[in-house]
Design a protein around this ligand. Structure first.
Ligand code: NAD
Length: 469
């Protein structure tokens, strides 16, 4: 029996929001394996109907779910409401994606037979969720996995079990049993035990690159297990010739500081054309100075909440000091706004002069600025990372955007748009340390089922025309 306890606290107040026992991994896997055959045997139409009912359950619970997300992550209520909307929208997107990307097809084949292409579910899939989008991101794996006929074990982040539990309850209330969609609270230890378990057919992971690499390494000798990894980024935004400085500043601030910088697609590195530097920085700084940092339910509504906990705030403060003491020049300091709570101000630091900028994801409100002279240098700087999640060009000509698109090494490449808020009606994923070429979003349908090719005839019919005595 697992006796470990999981406790989740509100970042904005320090108050406890959830406490419970970590799950029993063997029990959960055994229950999932028993449930899988019956779920996979359901007609597709039934599974689709059930996920639509799930969307209705989420609609009914939307305020409660948004409030829980806001309390548990510290994000402003308006943003938590937007997350719940994304959970609902995911259902119709996934139904469309399943039909389009994994539908049945019949091809002509020799001798009047047919060649059918159909898709089968993998079996028992483990979904490991991150804390920053504790409902929407796990849900992005869960809904397509269920539609395809898999059963799901959902281990939420140990920092957001309350949101995860509410989400799971919506599935169960919709008629998707607690064996088909199991809520499995736990921390890294339970995550590791699930990953290593023989009864798991695949791992659908959203989280940090370090954890993703650990999972990949663990399963390196298990090619039979599906591994879909959505990891972090060290994303670049290049600002080139544009007269629209106010809009550019809004895109920069939104990309760098929304969710207090705790988004995988957040802009971490702002790459500026030298001649635009002063004007852009003045505009961005003026806007960042106006950002309200506050608790989720404050009035007027804050733009940014706290980061997830004091350990994260301490780590970010240390990282900022590291940049400062290794050649960085502060444009806007990182300030701890309330004692013993993880509220941080948005920070901007010029790291052009740094020799070895650490290529790590600083998962918080720290924006680095790098000054460059020409467009080739801007692209090279944007690609100067092992990650490859999102990159945006603001300004520039259509020809420059074409060049940027062709050369930017990222799974999301935008023009005059933020790096954040990727559409889940499109693939969402990255290359390098950001993912393993199994994007989620619309393309989650691809990894939730495997294609089976079948040559089929009603009667056997065959002759051997050559090489016989
Ligand atoms: P994390 O890697 O710390 O944890 C993610 C999940 O993995 C949690 O459920 C955790 O309990 C579990 N886990 C931790 N160690 C494990 C191990 N050794 N084996 C198995 N499971 C383990 O990530 P986080 O801090 O919760 O989330 C933030 C990170 O997620 C950031 O790096 C962010 O960029 C990334 N992220 C990526 C995307 C994307 O779509 N690419 C989206 C959101 C967040």
């Amino acid at each position: 029996m697992n006796t470990a306890e999981i406790i989740s606290c509100e970042p904005a107040t320090g108050a406890e929001i959830w406490r419970g026992k970590a799950c029993d991994v063997d029990d959960i896997v055994a229950r999932a394996r028993r449930a899988w055959p019956a779920w996979a045997a359901q007609p597709l139409s039934t599974r689709m109907e059930l996920v639509r009912r799930f969307a209705n359950e989420v609609r009914k619970e939307s305020e409660k779910l948004a409030t829980t997300i806001a309390r548990e992550t510290g994000k402003p209520m308006w943003e938590a409401r937007a997350e719940v909307e994304q959970v609902v929208n995911k259902v119709e997107i996934s139904i469309r994606a399943y039909a389009e990307r994994t539908s049945q097809r019949k091809l002509d084949s020799a001798l009047q037979g047919t060649m059918a292409v159909r898709h089968k579910p993998h079996g028992v899939l483990l979904v490991l969720g991150p804390y920053n989008y504790p409902a929407h991101l796990p849900n992005s794996h869960i809904v397509p996995a269920l539609i395809a006929g898999n059963v799901v074990i959902f281990k939420p982040s140990e920092k957001a079990p309350a949101s995860g539990e509410l989400l799971a309850r919506c599935f169960n209330r919709a008629g998707i049993s607690a064996a088909v969609m199991q809520f499995a609270p736990g921390g890294p230890a339970e995550g590791q035990a699930f990953v290593a378990h023989d009864g798991i057919d695949g791992v659908l992971f959203t989280g940090s690159a370090n954890t993703g690499i650990t999972i990949n390494r663990k399963l390196a000798t298990r090619p039979d297990k599906l591994v879909a990894l959505e990891m972090g980024g060290n994303n670049a935004m290049v600002v080139w010739d544009t007269p629209k400085l106010t809009d550019a500043a809004a895109l920069i601030v939104q990309s760098a500081f929304a969710t207090s910088g705790q988004r995988c697609t957040a802009t971490r590195r702002l790459i500026l054309k030298s001649t635009m530097y002063d004007a852009v920085i003045a505009e961005v700084k003026a806007l960042a100075d106006r950002i309200i940092v506050g608790a989720p339910f404050d009035e007027p509504a804050p733009f940014m909440g706290p980061v997830i906990d004091n350990a994260a705030a301490d780590g970010l403060t240390e990282s900022f000091l590291y940049l400062l003491s290794h050649g960085g020049r502060a444009i806007k300091h990182l300030v701890r706004l309330r004692q013993s709570l993880p509220f941080l101000s948005p920070a901007i630091i010029d790291t052009t002069a740094m020799k070895d900028r650490p290529d790590v994801e600083l998962f918080g409100p720290i924006l680095q600025v790098i000054r460059v002279e020409d467009f080739d240098e801007a692209i090279a700087e944007a690609n100067n990372t092992r990650f490859g999640l999102a990159a945006s060009l603001i300004g520039g000509t259509p020809q420059e955007y074409n060049k940027f698109w062709a050369n930017a090494r990222a799974g999301i490449v935008n023009w005059n748009r933020a790096t954040v808020n990727p559409s889940h009606a499109a693939p969402v994923g990255g290359i390098g340390l950001s993912g393993n070429h199994r994007p989620t979003g619309y393309y989650a349908a691809d990894y939730c089922a495997y294609p089976v090719a079948s040559g089929e005839m009603e009667q056997p019919r065959a002759v051997i025309g050559v090489g016989l005595k």
